[in-house]
Write a protein that binds this ligand. Structure first.
Ligand code: 0PR
Length: 365
């Protein structure tokens, strides 16, 4: 550290110069995050110093966390779901595995995950000493449920399904997974980190949540399509008692036990997440999602007209193509199979899509 502090103006011009090295979201087509909604930014600023790790000191903020869980539980068709605000999909997925493992104490526990699952499950398996069994995908990159049953055995503590896969934006056949989970009596975790804030707002949402009796837990991230500030995730469970198996004693806090992974936890991004949901309501979210889906369709049409076929027709706003080229100045990503991947987040507006397509057609020339 410096011996003597830096004058504020010098400090902020230093910070600004670093900040200016960051890319603006305008040309970022690869991200599942998006600039926060203005009400999220405003709410975040109001709650900067709040710490949900010691909720008795911040009962108002803690009530907002409860409201977030209630709103998201209701969105997932189970207003009585238990839950808490995590730092994002990774923490939610780790915690879901912790619960599943504690529910079924076996010697060599395994989990059955689709080949499309997010890399956070690898981290979870590593931390928890779980064997990962990978279910292959069908031709549209959804879990091939034919293969599922044979991979589940008496040591399987959890089955995972994904709603809005990271790479191809498809939804696994969660209803079939729910049947298998019930038949074989296995905990089913649904990773809806991305799709959980998309599918409920579509015209004809497929059931993927607590409406399906086999679903035990759901991850859903306000800091992705929920347009909240980072970090904001949420883990919901059908049986709130399940959290008690994660409890540790916290003798000197205002609460005597906690089940969360993190200790000190931000209230600001939780207030921001609630703010967006309350401000937009179902109607506002439907409009945001409809716009993103419409833009994804326009992008797919435009790319196919240019001779770049879609890899798959997505269920959510992630578009993928057979296309090796990228016009200068744009950030896209690549799937493991080498497809170009574009996430049509709210900042990827119709204008952005048209500019990208124009640059693509110039690249073509
Ligand atoms: N589950 C799914 C289905 C996800 O897509 C992701 C992240 C996670 C879990 C993990 O969530 P957290 O990153 O919140 O822990 N999906 C994006 C990805 O890995 C995250 C992301 C966002 C990556 C913005 C890059 C980026 O610029 O692609």
């Amino acid at each position: 550290m410096r011996e003597v502090g830096c004058p504020e103006e010098d400090l902020f011009s230093f910070l600004l110069s670093r900040r200016q090295e960051d890319l603006g979201y305008r040309n970022i087509l690869s991200s599942m995050c998006t600039p926060p909604h203005p009400v999220a930014a405003r709410a975040h600023a109001m709650f900067l110093e709040t710490n949900l790790g010691d909720p008795g000191l911040f009962p108002g903020t803690a009530a907002l966390e409860e409201l977030l869980v209630e709103r998201l539980g209701t969105l997932m068709h189970f207003p009585k779901a238990g839950g808490y605000a995590t730092s994002g999909g990774t923490e939610s997925n780790i915690q879901a595995f912790r619960i599943a493992k504690k529910q079924k104490p076996v010697k060599s526990p395994n989990v059955v995950v689709p080949a499309s699952s997010h890399f956070s499950f690898q981290k979870a398996c590593d931390i928890l000493g779980l064997e990962a069994r990978t279910v292959p995908l069908d031709s549209e990159f959804r879990m091939d449920t034919e293969a599922l049953d044979g991979l589940v055995d008496k040591n399987t503590v959890c089955i995972v399904g994904v709603v809005g896969t990271t790479e191809y934006g498809v939804v696994d056949p969660i209803a079939s997974l729910s049947d298998v989970a019930e038949d074989r009596d296995v905990f089913l975790h649904v990773d809806a980190a991305f799709g959980g804030m998309v599918v409920p707002f579509l015209d004809r949402p497929v059931p993927f949540d607590f409406r399906l009796p086999g679903v035990a837990s759901v991850s859903v991230d306000p800091h992705k399509m929920g347009m909240s500030t980072i970090p904001a995730g949420c883990l919901l469970v059908r049986n709130p008692e399940h959290f008690s198996c994660l409890n540790v004693d916290t003798p000197y806090l205002t609460v005597k036990r906690e089940c969360t992974l993190a200790g000190t936890r931000p209230g600001a991004s939780v207030a921001a997440a609630v703010a967006v949901l309350e401000y937009l309501g179902m109607d506002g979210m439907r409009a945001v999602v409809a716009g993103c889906m419409e833009n994804a369709r326009r992008l797919i049409d435009g790319m196919e007209t240019l001779g770049y076929p879609r890899a798959v027709t997505p269920d959510v706003n992630v578009a993928t193509f057979s296309c090796d080229r990228v016009p200068a100045g744009w950030r896209v990503s690549r799937t493991r199979n080498g497809h170009m991947r574009i996430v049509c987040m709210p900042h990827v507006t119709r204008d952005v899509i048209e500019n990208f397509l124009k640059d693509m057609s110039d690249t073509n020339a």
